[in-house]
Design a protein around this ligand. Structure first.
Ligand code: ATP
Ligand code: ZN
Length: 302
């Protein structure tokens, strides 16, 4: 079969814009893989075709994703909240602000950092400073909200952390994960102005595209649900079942099964919505539970 061209002759294929290469791309491809989606094209092409659902993946720079979705060139996108909110705050999304579902990965903070020797106790201490950033809209919004007078942004697209040493800025506002880069450049975080995670953006859509988007959203939700969920199985004295259930507050209503040849004991099975820690297992044992098994859940559809 000849390769189908990507474009307007494919009205029933949904377009999903993702970062082509980078920190968000790694987490995004991992999510798509967990959703059971594989792609037919190599990552260095402009798009890839999903094999299991009628979805074309647009491989782009993360900064372009909000506008591609808001402008309708792509139906959906996966992008960092930091980039999405910057585009929105800068007024580049117009009136078509898409719907947003937080994804819980690619977490990072947008922080204002100052040279370590700067005396800082409150936002007003930033009065008059020049702040090097590639997030001018979010930075300026924060400065206004906090009544910082006379401060302004200096837009830089990289190497912000050397700006104070070069004398082109007094502070920086950038993504921080561990703070190691800041520390190595003699800077320290003064304020966290935004906590970011990856967002699934787009829609509302109609017709066939809405159905495909819903199928994708359900798979993503299934992956998110099962991320920390555990399947717990144990044997318990019949009269301790309530006390045992109370040790697992995040668990669903348990299934109670008879144990062959034992009238005083039952098997208890339950799905626990969060991690089960050793302390809980020890409590279960003290309540008389035995043969306790905690299993990872691969997929979950409610
Ligand atoms: P592009 O070439 O696509 O413009 P980029 O250099 O802007 O890439 P990356 O460094 O790959 O971007 O980061 C992309 C996004 O990943 C960031 O905007 C942020 O949402 C998220 N991110 C950044 N740093 C981290 C981190 N340390 N941990 C997790 N997520 C991060
Ligand atoms: Zn970028």
């Amino acid at each position: 079969m000849p390769e189908q061209p990507f474009g307007s002759d494919q009205p029933d294929r949904l377009r999903l814009a993702v970062q082509k290469k980078g920190r968000l791309a790694d987490d995004t491809f991992d999510l798509l893989k967990k959703c059971g989606l594989t792609m037919s094209q190599s990552k260095n092409r402009l798009y890839a075709r999903v094999e299991q659902l009628p979805i074309d993946i647009l491989l782009v720079r993360d900064d372009d994703i909000p506008a591609l979705v808001a402008g309708g060139a792509s139906d959906l996108g996966i992008v960092g909240g930091n980039v999405f909110e910057e585009e929105r705050a800068a007024g580049r999304l117009g009136d078509n602000v898409p719907m947003v579902v937080p994804l819980g990965f690619s977490k990072c903070r947008l922080c204002i950092a100052l040279p370590k020797e700067t005396i800082y106790s409150a936002p007003k201490d930033m009065a008059g400073m020049r702040i090097a950033t590639s997030y001018p809209a979010l930075t300026e919004a924060w400065l206004n909200e906090n009544g910082v007078e006379g401060a302004r942004t200096v837009v830089m697209n990289g190497a912000h952390e050397i700006a104070p040493r070069l004398g082109v800025a007094d502070a920086v506002c950038d993504i921080v994960s561990t703070g190691g880069t800041l520390d190595a450049n003699g800077l320290a975080v003064a304020e966290t102005i935004y906590r970011s995670e990856a967002l699934f953006i787009g829609g509302p859509l109609d017709g066939r595209k809405a159905e495909i988007a819903e199928a994708l959203r359900l798979r993503i939700e299934g992956v998110q649900r099962s991320a920390d969920a555990k399947y717990v199985m144990l044997n318990a004295p019949r009269d301790a079942v309530d006390a045992i259930a109370a040790v697992l507050p995040a668990a669903d209503q348990p299934t109670i099964l008879e144990l062959a040849g034992q009238s005083d004991k039952v098997a208890v099975h339950t799905v626990c919505r969060e991690e089960v820690v050793w302390e809980q297992l020890e409590k279960l044992r003290k309540l008389g539970a035995s043969a306790i098994l905690v299993l990872d859940i691969d997929k979950m559809l409610a």
